[in-house]
Design a protein around this ligand. Structure first.
Ligand SMILES: Cc1cc2nc3c(=O)[nH]c(=O)nc-3n(C[C@H](O)[C@H](O)[C@H](O)COP(=O)(O)OP(=O)(O)OC[C@H]3O[C@@H](n4cnc5c(N)ncnc54)[C@H](O)[C@@H]3O)c2cc1C
Length: 254
């Protein structure tokens, strides 16, 4: 099937982390009044490599729908083709893509949610959070409890930290849990891998919803995004803690 190719025009670019070479890119879709997608979906960027071979890579959209614009969050992969092409773009330059694609989207109607991310796996979570809490004063959460458990190695790689903290301060039902696996001296926050903090969140949650410790499945959906090992570890944990397959959604980047 012929896929419609769009042109994304880079409007703004900012460096989120020098050490991880991670960038936030803001695009507008050339010639389109709107670019509609569901929070959590991805686009497939397309370009020719040096040998004239067409290359395609998926990138999660890191923003909620916003007219004809969308954001990406990506880091350079050493020796990688597309991540370096995108990281080297400068405002005013274009890249082609098709999409949106993917089923990594919020449940309808909304339930309680736990989001679990590492590194640039935060991209679709930023889209979800923008969708559910469009600003400090706007709230589409319908009172659902929403957790974001986010892990990286170093503090400099906690992308969008101030944004999530601001939203959490304004919306008491949004809980931002950041953890570092290799914190530097002076870090007073949580330590260790995301799994251990997901377990704590779920234990508290089970305590609230299943006082007897048994019964029907929890009214909760989990969204996991990042590299394969972390995704697998969290899927196992969630199953062990009583979530059913249909409640566990994941996006693997490698
Ligand atoms: C649905 C989906 C959504 C994605 N969303 C994002 C996103 O929002 N942000 C983002 O940064 N990436 C995202 N990715 C990963 C992205 O598609 C590319 O795989 C990544 O940018 C590397 O592409 P490349 O062309 O630079 O490397 P390639 O030339 O494809 O590979 C170079 C080397 O890097 C290894 N590699 C491939 N992917 C990764 C990776 N993700 N991390 C580390 N090493 C890797 C390969 O095994 C290979 O050895 C997503 C992937 C999927 C499937």
């Amino acid at each position: 099937m012929e896929r419609k190719l769009y042109t994304a025009h880079l409007l703004n670019k900012s460096l989120l982390s020098e050490s991880a070479q991670c960038y936030h890119l803001e695009f507008e879709v050339a010639g389109e009044e709107r670019f509609d997608f569901l929070a959590g979906q991805f686009v497939s960027t397309v370009a020719m490599d040096g040998r004239g071979k067409q290359q395609t890579r998926a990138y999660s959209i890191a923003s909620a729908p916003r007219g004809n614009q969308f954001d990406l969050c990506l880091n350079r992969v050493e020796g990688g083709f597309f991540s370096n092409l995108l990281a080297d773009l400068t405002p005013g330059q274009d890249v082609q893509f098709h999409g949106p694609h993917g089923l990594f989207v919020l449940p309808q109607p909304l339930t309680d949610i736990v989001m679990i991310a590492t590194g640039t796996g935060i991209a679709p979570m930023r889209s979800f959070v923008e969708q559910v809490f469009p600003s400090e004063t706007e709230d589409r959460s319908e009172g659902r409890a929403i957790w974001l458990v986010y892990g990286t190695r170093h503090e400099t790689e906690l992308y969008y930290q101030k944004y999530f903290e601001r939203i959490a301060a304004a919306h008491p039902n949004f809980h931002y849990v950041a953890t570092l696996s290799r914190p530097q001296e002076g870090w007073s926050g949580l330590r260790g891998y995301v799994q251990q903090h997901v377990r704590t969140c779920l234990e508290n949650y089970q305590g609230m919803h299943l006082p007897s410790g048994e019964g029907a499945s929890l009214p909760l959906h989990a969204y996991i995004c990042g590299l394969n090992d972390m995704v697998s570890a969290n899927r196992e944990l969630l199953k062990e803690m009583g979530l059913e397959k249909k409640q566990i959604h994941f996006e693997r980047y490698d």
